[in-house]
Write a protein that binds this ligand. Structure first.
Ligand code: FES
Length: 127
């Protein structure tokens, strides 16, 4: 599964929003570090977080078990599975937030913003 990723801190720095339709195009044109914006391949037996780690990226996490939301990502394109037992409230899940520690990509391509734990909506969930 091909994943294009972007660090939420970049959105903060540049004043971009998760709703920007051309978020990833803007990211391509900005001079970003390869840890902030880039692509990686996730293997079928890897969660999104494991895929990022195994390719050398240090994405945020804590419990690794769906209970803390530190690993949350925002889905711009594609889909990630979500186990029944998780901390993400339905309204946030409906808006495209997922946990990367136990979420497995289920589409061929993904575009995600990682590090979204700094968003106000998620701040309350972080344990
Ligand atoms: Fe805690 Fe994913 S690391 S929910």
């Amino acid at each position: 599964v091909r994943v294009e990723f972007l660090d939420y801190e970049v959105l903060d720095d540049y004043g971009w929003s998760l709703d920007d339709g051309d978020l990833f195009r803007k990211a391509s044109h900005a001079d970003l570090d390869e840890s902030e914006h880039g692509r990686l391949l996730v293997q079928p037996d890897e969660s999104l977080l494991e895929g990022a780690e195994n390719r050398g990226f240090g994405w945020p996490f804590s419990c690794r078990g769906g209970a803390c939301a530190n690993c949350a990502v925002y889905l711009v394109e594609g889909e990630i599975s979500q186990p029944a037992n998780h901390i993400m409230p339905d309204d946030l899940a409906d808006r495209g937030f997922r946990l990367s520690c136990n979420g497995y990509p289920v589409s061929d391509e993904l575009r995600v913003v990682f590090n979204v734990k700094h968003l106000d909506e998620l701040d309350d969930l972080i344990l």
